[in-house]
Write a protein that binds this ligand. Sequence first.
Ligand code: MIC
Ligand code: SF4
Length: 640
Amino acid sequence: MGKTLTHKIIADHLLSGDMTPGAEIGLRIDQTLTQDATGTMAYLQFEALGLDKVQTELSVSYVDHNTLQMGFRNPDDHRYLRTVAKKYGIIFSPPGTGICHQLHLENFAKPGKTLIGSDSHTPTAGGVGSLAIGAGGLSVALAMAGEPYPMTMPQVVRVYLEGRLGGWSAAKDVILHLLGELTVKGGVGKVFEFGGPGVETLTVPERATITNMGAELGATTSIFPSDEQTKTFLHAMYRDSDYIELLADEDAQYDDEIVVDLKKIQPLAAQPHMPDKVVPVSELAGLKVDQVCIGSCTNSSYSDLKAVAQILRDKMVHEETDLLIAPGSKQVLKMLSNEKLIEPLLDAGARILECTCGPCIGMGGSPTSGGVSARTFNRNFEGRSGTQDGQVYLVSPQTAANTAAAGEFTRPYDWGFAPTKPKMPPLAPQIGHLFVFPPTDGSDVEVERGPNIVPLEQFEPLPDVIETSIQLKTEDNVTTDHIMPAGAQITALRSNVPAISEYVFSRVDESFVSRIKDAGHGVILGGENYGQGSSREHAAIAPRHLGVRAVLVKSLARIHRANLVNFGILPFILADPADYDKLSQGQKVTIPAKDVTPGGAIAIDIEGAGQVQAVNDLTAQELDVIKAGGLLNYIRQQKA
Ligand code: MIC
Ligand code: SF4
């Protein structure tokens, strides 16, 4: 029987387990990436493992999320990251060089390799046929230490692409279409593997837009084959030797299939406040738009920004609309500048920002109160823009540029003929010299830590019985942005857990922190897809610091579940989702923690509601990790 592309790469890297969907497997990891906001924790954890050097083929530390440097915290973190990289054999990408996923795609991602990154949009590298997975910082630290990456063998879904995109439709509309069909939890436990005749019509940057935002489906990852388009792209990056052809077998068996006819795709937009609230842009016609933001790891490639420049040439941005553009990398910026494409953007009134995440993570560029912001980004969760009542719509660069000129959403029919699809130059300008490559022997390098870098906390083991109460009842699709908000002020505290913990659930319930601090412990009640979105392990560490010992939810997002385990929080699933309605904040809870068995059920006593059955999908090792009080404790115990 033929193999899918995903099966080929997994089989090539399989260290343990069998490849049956749902089974626990261990993968050899070739490459890792981190970014500054998750990287400080990841490297503190790597240091705690006591190795001299990373054990991977390649590890890169990018600084792209928080580059505002308001005060000492942020630059302290950057200096720590720079020195720790040098000591342990990690390539360092200085602030402003570009967004981690764009840079990784351009410089390091390789077909057939495994990559894990402490950022949920790591699957961007699937655009060149790499099996690229987002994970928490501690999981990445262990991969850097050469440990197998434990994961659940996913189902492999073929997304069969037919036809080609026409008119104003863009790659972004393909992934928005899938989100509209499948929802933000439609990809949990799955890999989306793209195939069919439509694949060859999409360039690598277009493919990367699609695999990037597959993260919003909750998927383990998304991947395209490595073919002539990949060869052309890698050649443009002076990386011909990194190319290998990598295709699924003709007779490969998939667990499921979805067919998408590219020529039927129209310009789409995800409405506030979820990436799956998708409608045709034409339905929004007439809605005034206060701000347009172009960039992020989804849509900041040369082709994306060239399309914007072509649309805005000889046009002005509407006087009541603010247009912000953050190119994905200095290479993109150089290409635009070489081709004199910055000038039309400047003349149109655009504000050109540094090559970083910027407004995508609320690092400046917030919209006005209640303001409508059309963004080429991947997430529009409530409050993420930095303006709690900001109304964020997710669109393609083509839609964004036309909207900026009109000052409102308009019908694509009225945009005239679409300009021809921009093509990459055969050879792109180089920026490789901007990376700091580590010395072969870093043993003499001193790691510099400022006062913002607080040592790791050692959590207590799980008690036999947890007597506590429900400290918060949350709804479906609670994101890690709800649990641990980002933005300029809070992200600066990522290497200081006690300080950042003051903001847990602050945008959901301002009294949560004081309540749980008074109690000293608690349980969080949640709905479906709890913890979706980012990979930030602070959404587990900070609640654990405050005393959260268990979550009781209808279902969990993949990366957050792993982070809960890594930091010793029990991830319980309600055996009967209807029990959710019987439970409320403040109820006392008794959990017989010592009776928890891997995959078993236990009865939790809940004051006023009787007994509620909670199940789990933990492996024996994961349960041991939680019992030890987290993965670092578990490793210490194993070593002892
Ligand atoms: C995000 O897009 O939410 C982030 C910020 O990139 C996060 C990582 C983080 O919180 O640092 C992610 O996607 O994993
Ligand atoms: Fe950065 Fe936004 Fe991409 Fe996250 S989603 S990596 S914040 S650009």
